[in-house]
Design a protein around this ligand. Structure first.
Ligand code: ZN
Length: 296
């Protein structure tokens, strides 16, 4: 498709998207990449609607814009700025804070945060590509007193279960989930969502993993050595994630969304070229997310 945008450079981004119109065209091509189908009646013939790139159903006359029914729905600032937010979030190595976005784009910080939060919701794992081979799992605590940067007033710590797929001495992928307790049920649910049942899963001796051999026949529980030496890749990954989290925000309220943002970028560190296109496609395919649901 000619529509594709695969570059990482800001220069090429600016060339491809000089104004709102070019963004609208890009969205229209993505949204109707498999042809037009009226979202009211399913009819597949259309003519041009009033606005640029709107399409009007020739059967029921319903007019649909490229942003309707997507995460761009009712965005109150220019589409071009929304594209910039997606560009920075997807292509910056460590992501970008809403404060920084606000400075770069001349929008209010809160406005940037709310839209970025929508973008983050599109970064959630599809759960279609479970981890295979050697997989390590452990839980970690985020927030609370031993993590002062996250804000004491947030109070309670949260438990995050983390899994990595090991490749040689490195890590090829990582998934994580905020859980209420480290119970067998919660751990199992996460593992089924993200780990292939043939994987060689390693955990520590925690009782919550006991008996999970029924789902993961190759699961082994290993006593964690001093300073977690035998789980070094996993612990390093957790440390890096926590360091990122401390530098990025000050609330554990939306912790799962931050986990999703981090792992989305992490799992694409070797195929960065298509990351902007992938993310924008996800925003087009996702249902609108009204702000009241974000704040609730
Ligand atoms: Zn129709």
């Amino acid at each position: 498709m000619e529509n594709r945008f695969k570059s990482l450079t800001l220069f090429e981004f600016q060339e491809k998207f000089p104004d709102d119109d070019s963004c609208k065209l890009y969205l229209a091509n993505l949204k109707w990449s498999n042809g037009f189908s009226c979202s009211k009646c399913g009819h597949t013939n259309y003519c041009a609607g009033n606005g640029s790139y709107d399409r009007q159903c020739t059967s029921c006359n319903y007019i649909e814009s490229p942003t309707a029914g997507t995460l761009f729905h009712q965005v109150k600032f220019s589409l071009l700025k929304a594209f910039y937010i997606i560009y920075y979030v997807s292509t910056s190595k460590n992501g970008i804070s809403s404060t920084e976005l606000s400075r770069k784009l001349g929008l209010r910080q809160k406005t940037c945060w709310l839209f970025k939060r929508k973008v983050m919701s599109a970064m959630k794992s599809s759960q279609n590509f479970p981890m295979e081979g050697k997989v390590d799992v452990d839980e970690t605590y985020v927030g609370g007193q031993d993590d002062e940067a996250l804000g004491r007033n947030e109070g309670k710590k949260k438990i995050v279960v983390v899994a990595i797929e090991r490749k040689g001495k490195g890590v090829s992928r990582m998934y994580a989930k905020v859980i209420k307790t480290a119970s067998k049920q919660n751990l199992k649910e996460f593992m089924i969502q993200h780990i292939d049942n043939e994987a060689e899963v390693r955990t520590d001796k925690w009782g919550g993993y006991r008996g999970l051999e029924s789902e993961f026949p190759k699961l082994k529980q290993e006593k964690s050595e001093k300073k977690g030496k035998n789980f070094s890749q996993l612990h390093r990954s957790i440390m890096m994630f926590k360091a990122w989290l401390r530098g990025t925000h000050h609330s554990v309220k939306h912790l799962q969304a931050y986990v999703d943002e981090y792992t989305y970028r992490y799992n694409r560190h070797k195929m960065k070229e298509g990351i902007f296109e992938n993310l924008i496609n996800r925003l087009v395919k996702a249902a609108p997310l009204p702000y009241k649901f974000i704040i609730a």
